[in-house]
Design a protein around this ligand. Structure first.
Ligand code: B12
Ligand code: SF4
Length: 503
């Protein structure tokens, strides 16, 4: 069996059993003749993230050693769980397992983080071509020094090759491996054979890579700045490629009832959408969700998508304060644009609209959070609000802004950005602020439930005078959120059944 492969590469995905980036790498390596063993290390849990236990680290090391790979690729998408990547790198180094190569969004921005730790190779941006070239070179003993996008350590110095080996037409990468033939899942001190995605109810796909916007708290613009000439900030796949992947997914994962499109912004190119809706209806016909942006909402496009199964639209609004939005977040839509987008989303007839806000960060004054409350009040139709805090992600434009504004020193900021995982995830959900800010935060949360709106109109006159009542209603609204979640899920399943019956 081993003979049919040129060698084995082990890939490790962290806290993400869907791990699209890793699945694209697997496709590229398999095309080049490698046996690819993909280990999904720990399940995602943003509410209560756990570190890796000694047992889990041992299970990982033992499994990798078993395959004597040419290369071990660690996928580091986010800095929020760096603590665990550090644990894994330490364990692999102690056990002399490797050579290790790291890649992923965080590594693309901070390649030296791992080189300084003694990891021999890193890769920036798209990994398909460089990683395959590196595996080939290590396997054959060829020289790897000039592989584009590769970083390595030599004579005590870090060397970063210019970024290259990126395809302008991402169809060239093929489709991500939907079901890894040599997949393993490590979690809860146990290792399970098989790709955990096979039993999934929802499949995650991206129809494009990249985002045209420049939000200061997001890495997309920083990643974009690294692109070489000739590579567009947004690279959209062909409809055929997306449909081929989804067909494959439905064949391999028998329980799929829902599709999540995780494009930063779902493509709204008119020709593309027209072709997509025809093909999607014909071959896939499953309920799906998309992410969009206030500047990108087009009624005609939305209506076409709704007709073929779009049931949920998630849109970042982030704040109602024009000042915070423009000067701090570097988002250039106005409140009118936001209200228009919300209206159009509802007019399209989509079942569910979810809007994200990022509240209670150091740039925000009471007037700003009040403005978010006022914006929510002006938003038409039914909607779900997801209220988040602001994570300072390393390398994003908002980081130096916060230091310059005097909110943190450089040292304090380093501590925040590289804090233990549990602290970072608690900031993601919520950050404690002044009592008054807390009352406005609670009011925004409560407002999303129409039943409480009359009370909100009373409390808003002087929230500090109604603290007890606001807290009580906030606690009740949190319970309602759970019920609403169940309602949403059951409706999606119901829609799926109906769609099947009237196919
Ligand atoms: C889609 C997405 C998600 C999806 C993931 C879907 C999936 N099935 O994988 C969901 C919604 C689940 C998600 C969750 C999170 N995400 Co996210 N996500 C993205 C997004 C928008 C696109 C990622 C993607 O799929 N790209 C397409 C694939 C093909 O590219 P890729 O993953 O980058 O992989 C390529 C290269 O990086 C490289 N590569 C990857 N791994 C490796 C390994 C080796 C060895 C090599 C050589 C190369 C290599 O090759 C791959 C193929 O070309 C990015 C933004 C971005 N531009 O990266 C944010 C992004 C990666 N996410 C981010 C964050 C913060 C998170 C969360 C922590 C959010 C949270 N608080 O819960 C979680 C963490 C999940 C996890 N365990 O990793 C941040 C990370 C920044 C940071 N410093 O932390 C980003 C950059 C967005 C941002 N806010 O700036 N995310
Ligand atoms: S619109 Fe979303 S994905 Fe695009 S830069 Fe802003 S936060 Fe990032």
């Amino acid at each position: 069996m081993e003979n049919k492969y040129v060698g084995t590469v082990v890939l490790v995905a962290f806290y993400n059993v869907k791990a699209l980036g890793v699945r694209y790498l697997e496709t590229a390596l398999r095309k080049a003749g490698y046996r690819v063993v993909t280990i999904f290390f720990k399940n995602f849990n943003s509410a209560n993230p756990e570190l890796a236990s000694k047992t889990e680290l041992k299970l990982l090391c033992d499994k990798i050693r078993e395959y004597s790979p040419v290369l071990v690729g660690l996928s580091v998408m986010s800095s929020m769980y760096l603590e665990v990547i550090d644990q894994v790198v330490d364990a692999l180094q102690k056990e002399n397992i490797g050579p290790i190569s790291c890649g992923g969004a965080f590594v693309s921005m901070f390649p030296e983080y791992f080189l300084d730790k003694g990891v021999p190779f890193v890769t920036r941006l798209d990994g398909e071509i460089p990683l395959t070239a590196l595996a080939d070179a290590l396997r054959t003993g060829a020289d790897w020094h000039s592989i584009p996008s590769l970083g390595y350590r030599e004579d005590g110095k870090n060397v970063l090759n210019p970024i290259g080996g990126m395809l302008a037409d991402v169809d060239g990468y093929g489709i991500p491996t939907v079901s890894c033939p040599d997949g393993w899942f490590i979690d809860k001190n146990t290792i399970t054979p098989g790709d955990p995605q096979r039993n999934t109810l929802s499949y995650e796909v991206i129809a494009s890579r990249g985002c045209p916007f420049t939000c200061s708290y997001c890495c997309c613009v920083n990643l974009h700045r690294l692109y070489p000439k000739g590579i567009n900030g947004v690279r959209t796949r062909s409809v055929q490629s997306v449909i081929a992947e989804l067909k494959e997914a439905i064949k391999a994962c028998k329980s799929i009832v829902f599709i999540h499109f995780y494009d930063e912004i779902f493509p709204n190119l008119p020709g593309w959408v027209d072709e997509f809706v025809v093909e999607y209806k014909k071959h896939i016909n499953l309920p799906f969700s998309i992410w969009t942006h206030p500047k990108m909402v087009d009624l005609d496009v939305m209506k076409k998508l709704v007709k073929v199964g779009l049931v949920e639209v998630i849109m970042g609004i982030q704040t109602g304060s024009e000042h915070i939005r423009r000067d701090v977040f570097h988002r250039y839509e106005t409140n009118e644009d936001v209200l228009r987008a919300v209206r159009l989303i509802h007019e399209s007839g989509v079942f569910w609209a979810t809007f994200d806000f990022m509240l209670q960060h150091p740039f925000e004054e009471i007037e700003d959070i009040k403005a978010s409350y006022e914006l929510a009040k002006g938003m038409s139709g039914k909607y779900e609000l997801q209220l988040h805090g602001l994570n300072f992600l390393p390398g994003t434009d908002i980081v130096p802004m916060a230091i310059e504004a005097g909110y943190y020193t450089e040292e304090e900021m380093q501590k925040i950005m590289f804090a233990p995982m549990s602290e970072q995830f608690s900031v993601f959900w919520k950050q404690r602020n002044s009592r008054e800010s807390q009352m406005w935060y609670d009011l925004i949360y409560i407002w999303q439930f129409p039943f409480y709106r009359k009370r909100c109109l009373k409390y808003e006159k002087d929230p500090m005078a109604y603290q007890k009542e606001i807290e009580r209603d906030y606690a009740a609204a949190q319970k309602l959120t759970k019920l609403r979640y169940l309602y949403k899920k059951s409706m999606v399943v119901f829609k799926r059944i109906r769609q099947r019956m009237f196919k």
